[in-house]
Design a protein around this ligand. Structure first.
Ligand SMILES: Cc1ncc(COP(=O)(O)O)c(C=O)c1O
Length: 450
């Protein structure tokens, strides 16, 4: 308050001081302040950059704007909601839209997922799911089940629960002293020697699920609450599950009374060509976490969907007492629920899941055309997600992928890079020519970087 504003007018965009004031998440902040790349507008498949260029969004924002930007029906629903109810407390009372979305979502998902607990993000959804798993076992008299099993390269957000079960080394090591106790990890399934350039699910790797059996033998099943995996690992760079792998995890979990949690924060709402990955891969978990696409990224919303028997088991004790000591001020915020209801209607009425299924082979063919482009050591894809893995530049890992990202942005396409991997996840409204344009921009960038 006591610093004078260096702005002459408030339309002028951020000043250097403004850039300095924001500590950006998962960003090289000092570099970014010197080379800012920002957007000011979004519509459909495109952003407009601060310097007025159209940028083809090849990542649905951050894997979330699955119906494209500013979809008119979602925007209208949020505006209408704002005219009626801005906020209502979700503890001990609630508002109609939260129930409507819960009903609509559980009916749409089906397969025994009869209850949903709302949170605001994927990270909160994951913490919620882990707590539900503990509460479920305790309620059934199996409170000794406290262990969680995640997977190497897994990303489950940034809460302490999420980084504990997550398998991203950089996200864990800085906070190693505060990780949850009793967490083990399955090996990841990424092995270029056996699966480079796979289209869809790799045929090698199902046996890696048997590592779960070894972990169970080590600790005894009676100490293990849940296994949590992304059915397709998104943030680690689109690591597609090998044929038969998830089925084996499911079978081992069922045999030992261990809950299976699918973290579908990226894979939900059309990314895999169905509502959730479990629909297209035919393996049904006990709990699903979701976020991102539920509102097409318009308003933050996340949550955990649970099988009926899990909810039932947790409904214990005298009726006037709280059953589950967990929740957020903004669990099921009215604007988020309005956006969620509208987004579900858009996915259904515009046939976007079917569209994703139809576009998947087009994206697959386009992305695999980069096989002989410079630096490429792997290409993989499933549904509307794909990744191109690059050989790291000697002595400077990740820099090559960063340069590809910058080149693409500067030449009109947004992709994502993570270590030496370029990830792509266009909105489900993309046209075939936009997919071709996106891949061509990546191709050009690959030929430009050293
Ligand atoms: C599988 C998965 N889980 C959890 C998260 C965390 O979501 P959020 O950033 O909304 O907390 C992400 C984010 O990308 C994710 O991909």
């Amino acid at each position: 308050m006591n610093r004078p504003s260096p702005r002459e007018n408030f339309q002028a965009g951020p000043t250097a001081e403004d850039l300095d004031a924001l500590w950006m998440p998962f960003t090289h902040n000092r570099y970014f302040r010197k080379h800012p790349r920002t957007v000011v507008q979004g519509e459909g498949m495109y952003y407009t950059s601060a310097d007025g260029r159209r940028i083809l969004d090849g990542l649905s924002g951050l894997w979330c704007s699955n119906a494209g930007h500013r979809h008119p029906r979602i925007v209208e629903a949020v505006k209408q909601q704002l005219d009626v109810l801005d906020y209502a407390p979700p503890f001990q009372t609630n508002h109609d839209k939260a129930f409507e979305l819960a009903g609509e979502l559980t009916r749409t998902v089906g397969r025994g997922f009869e209850q949903v607990f709302f949170a605001n993000s994927g990270s909160e959804a994951v913490d919620t799911a882990l707590k539900i798993a503990l509460a479920y076992h305790k309620a059934r008299g199996e409170g000794g089940r406290f262990r969680f099993i995640g997977r190497a390269k897994g990303y489950h957000g940034v809460g302490f629960g999420g980084i504990s079960v997550g398998g991203m080394v950089a996200n864990r090591k800085a906070f190693a002293s505060a990780l949850l106790p009793g967490v083990d990890h399955l090996p990841h399934t990424h092995d270029l020697a056996h699966m480079a350039f796979s289209r869809g699910q790799p045929t090698w790797g199902a046996h890696l699920a048997d590592e779960l059996e070894k972990i169970v033998q080590l600790h005894d099943a009676s100490t293990i609450a849940a296994v949590i995996v992304e059915p397709m690992q998104g943030s680690a760079g689109v690591i597609v599950p090998p044929v038969g792998y998830l089925e084996r995890l499911r079978e081992i979990c069922t045999r030992h009374g261990i809950l299976l949690i699918f973290d579908e924060v990226i894979t939900g709402f059309g990314r895999m060509g169905g509502l959730f990955a479990h629909d297209v891969l035919s393996v049904v978990p006990d709990i699903i976490t979701f976020a991102k696409g539920i509102t097409s990224g318009v308003i933050p919303l996340g949550g955990a969907l649970v099988q009926k028997h899990i909810h039932e088991a947790c409904m214990t004790g005298p009726e006037h007492l709280v059953e589950f000591f967990h929740g957020y001020t903004y669990s099921g915020h009215p604007l988020a629920c309005a956006a969620g209801l509208a987004a579900l209607a858009v996915y259904r009425d515009e046939g976007l899941l079917e569209r994703a299924r139809a576009l998947a082979p087009v994206l697959e063919d386009a992305i695999h055309s980069l096989r002989d482009a410079p630096h490429v050591i792997d290409i993989r894809n499933y549904g509307m997600a794909a990744a191109i893995e690059l050989a790291p530049r000697p002595g400077a890992p990740t820099v090559r992928a960063m340069e590809v990202f910058h080149h693409c942005f500067d030449h009109g396409a947004l992709v994502r890079y993570t270590s030496d991997i370029i990830a792509i996840g266009p909105a489900l409204i993309a046209t075939e020519s936009q997919l071709a344009e996106l891949v061509s921009r990546v191709d050009t960038a690959l030929r430009q970087v050293a």
